[in-house]
Ligand binder design. Structure first.
Ligand code: NAD
Length: 293
């Protein structure tokens, strides 16, 4: 029997817990946690993500502010806005939705965020702390995956984990977390990427495969060992004849792989909802840290 790692249900359960915690924290009249988001331009997927983050905040009782800026906003205007949020004591978390328009330097923008409210965990200080195993904001997607493995009690100790993708926001932090001395973690990690030769040779040895490359249906059943745990991070919009005009596709050939896997995340309803939860968790963490809780 394959366990479906139902991120949608798990995130729902965890959101209810956050809501209760917010109610308790604000019962003495204190303001609730506050997440600020900046969206530049009209990218369809980014707009959808920001809207859902806004809805999540509303559900758990956070304040949220979304700054929707035109695509031709200058980099300096964006930096000025970030600076004003950085110094606003009423804000606990700030995210700048990526990708940014081409005329902006994403690295420079990410580094401009005050690490104390860097709830996406993309700042060099957050990444450095994560690498050293220090307490920090873990970027939302790797955090959501870790929470999923933990909640389902997936054994990671001494297992061979193959991560496909080495991006700064998913693959690389994921590989660090899986190899850390803790649970979930203590795995032996191989990180594969676009230059890896004989990738199938690696995935076939994996007890846990984390696919984060952004190529729909990339991981086929003949690339996976019987009984492996398969985490599908990919979300690609593929044209479809439906009212939205697209469907979401993961990096895993789900229908074929699920019969071989011992546990697997679906797309949608797997890593995506848990990523959204990760952001709520980090914002609440920031709020509590400011209050010494
Ligand atoms: P990215 O484009 O920054 O990185 C892709 C990585 O895949 C690169 O490191 C590259 O080396 C590797 N790669 C590309 N082709 C490969 C190949 N043929 N074989 C092996 N490796 C290959 O992407 P990203 O930001 O890490 O995102 C990856 C996917 O995850 C995308 O589909 C993205 O939309 C999705 N994503 C989902 C969530 C979520 O909440 N579910 C969050 C973040 C990203």
């Amino acid at each position: 029997m394959t366990t479906i790692l139902n991120g949608k249900e798990l995130a729902k359960k965890l959101r209810v817990k956050v809501k209760a915690e917010v109610e308790a924290l604000t019962s003495n009249g204190e303001r609730p946690p506050h997440l600020a988001a900046i969206l530049v331009g009209e990218d369809g997927a980014s707009k959808t993500y920001v809207n859902s983050k806004e809805r999540d905040c509303e559900f758990v009782g956070f304040n949220s502010t979304v700054h929707r800026l035109p695509a031709d906003t200058s980099e300096q205007d964006l930096l000025d806005l970030i600076q004003s949020i950085n110094t606003n004591d009423d804000i606990d978390g700030l995210i700048v939705q990526l990708p940014l328009p081409k005329h902006m330097d994403s690295e420079k923008i990410t580094e401009a965020i005050n690490p104390e409210i860097d709830v996406d965990g993309f700042h060099t200080i957050s990444v450095g702390k994560l690498t050293k195993g220090e307490d920090t904001f873990i970027s939302a997607t790797p955090f959501g995956i870790i929470m999923t493995l933990e909640d389902y009690g997936i054994d990671t100790v001494g297992k061979h984990c193959v991560v496909i993708g080495r991006s700064n926001i998913v693959g690389r932090p994921m590989s660090i977390l899986m190899s850390r001395n803790g649970y979930p973690g203590n795995a032996t990690v191989t990180i594969c990427h676009s230059r890896t030769q004989n990738l199938k040779g690696f995935t076939l040895q994996a007890d846990i495969v984390i696919a984060a490359l952004g190529i729909p249906d990339f991981l086929k059943a003949d690339m996976v060992k019987e009984g492996a745990v398969v985490i599908d991070v990919g979300i690609t919009r593929v044209d479809a004849d439906n009212p939205k005009g697209y469907i979401l596709k993961g990096d895993v050939d789900y229908e074929a792989v699920k019969d071989k896997a011992s546990a697997i995340t679906p797309v949608p309803g797997g890593v995506g909802p848990m990523t959204r939860y990760g952001l709520l968790f980090n914002t609440l963490k920031s709020y509590k840290m400011k209050r010494g809780k």
